[in-house]
Design a protein around this ligand. Structure first.
Ligand code: DHB
Length: 366
């Protein structure tokens, strides 16, 4: 019997309540359903045909369902996916250890790598066949690798996102991505009573410098239209600032340590690819592990990084493109401004360009 054990540094409560992304690609939704963890998603998620692009005071609908032969945009919060996965694992008799500390990896390049850690006052050690590092950009997995093992490809942006969670009904039936001379703004949703919105800010912005009134004035300005559209306002119950960067570590594996998700690559949030890329990595990895345990073949495992990175770079390209299309760069010239507006205008009037946007947004094939 092969088993897997999940080691998590945070508490179950924390991972199940931390607000993160909210948009699932069609392929992520299909995978959750195929794996038997799609029931609550099917009951509670919102399924959108597409998104709105707003610029120069006008709103343009991109009907992704039409453009991609039926693929939709699914709104289901990352922490809800995490809750469903934890519950499914526990129901199947799996072991998930929360509140683990002092994690250290050993013998990664041997066929018996090990993890040591502290949990509930005890010191633990697990002898493994494989270690999967799903512990994010700052996790111990990638940092356990000797210096120089991986190549780092990075681009840092001069802006961040100010994210708010609002107690209010939806402002819009679908997401609105808005390009404005004051900067980017995004209207998203979480539930019938909780809304999620973002606006471009300085990455060093402090949340306490922004009163609710100041935030709403900024959101109204950046979302203004010629026909007087206004967001539905309500109490802001959470404020966060997130920095933005594009980052890829290559290869995504070393010995018997395999990196997945943000441990291996980070995208700027525009276009909501982060969680979906992590899900795609794990899909490739699960198949490679199945093959290894069924036949002893390492081919899938040895090809893991190359297989994932092809798609990762396409998502990097898309996230970078969408970020630079919608945000105002510091010291942006009138050339940049007009180029952005021309690109948006081309996008919403060219079926070819809209199809390209749509097929990337709903998720490229695996
Ligand atoms: C959300 C986040 C994104 O990065 C995005 O592009 C759309 C929506 C969200 O958190 O709802």
């Amino acid at each position: 019997m092969y088993q897997s054990i999940v080691i998590e540094s945070r508490s179950r409560e924390e991972v199940e309540t931390t607000v993160r992304a909210g948009v699932l690609e069609q392929g992520t939704v299909d995978m959750l359903r195929e794996t038997g963890v799609g029931a609550r998603l099917d009951r509670e998620a919102f399924f959108h045909r597409g998104v709105y692009l707003r610029f120069a005071g006008r709103t343009h609908h991109v009907d992704m369902q039409e453009l991609t032969g039926g693929k939709r945009v699914t709104l289901y919060a990352q922490q809800e996916v995490v809750k469903d996965l934890i519950q499914a694992r526990l129901d199947a008799g799996g072991e998930v250890l929360f509140d683990v500390s002092d994690v250290a990896l050993a013998d990664i390049t041997s066929n018996r790598p090990a993890i040591s850690f502290r949990h509930a006052g005890n010191v633990g050690r697990i002898a493994c066949d494989f270690i999967v590092g799903c512990d994010g950009t700052h996790g111990v997995s990638r940092h356990s690798l000797p210096e120089g093992t991986l190549t780092r490809h990075e681009r840092v942006y001069a802006f961040g996102w100010f994210g708010i969670t609002v107690e209010a009904p939806p402002s819009s039936d679908e997401l609105i991505y808005s390009r404005h001379d004051r900067g980017f703004a995004l209207v998203s949703t979480r539930s019938r009573t909780l809304q999620r919105m973002y606006f471009q800010c300085d990455p060093s912005e402090r949340t306490d410098a922004w009163s609710d009134d100041r935030i709403w004035a900024e959101m109204r300005a950046r979302l203004e239209t010629h026909d007087g559209w206004k967001p539905v306002e309500g109490p802001i119950i959470q404020k966060i600032v997130v920095a933005m960067r594009s980052l890829v570590f290559e290869p995504m594996q070393h010995g018997n340590l395999l990196l997945a998700g943000d441990a291996a690559h980070v995208v700027p949030p525009t276009g909501a690819k982060g969680l979906n890329l992590a899900a795609a990595d794990v899909r490739v990895l699960a198949r490679a592990l199945q093959r290894f345990y069924a036949s002893g073949s390492r081919d899938g495992l040895d090809g893991y990084s190359a297989k994932c990175l092809g798609r990762v770079w396409k998502a990097q390209r898309f996230s970078y493109w969408m970020t630079t299309l919608m945000h105002r760069a510091d010291g942006e010239s009138s050339f940049d401004r007009n180029r952005q507006l021309a690109e948006l205008d081309y996008l919403v009037h060219s079926p070819a360009a809209m199809t390209s946007f749509a097929e990337n947004y709903v998720g490229l094939p695996y």
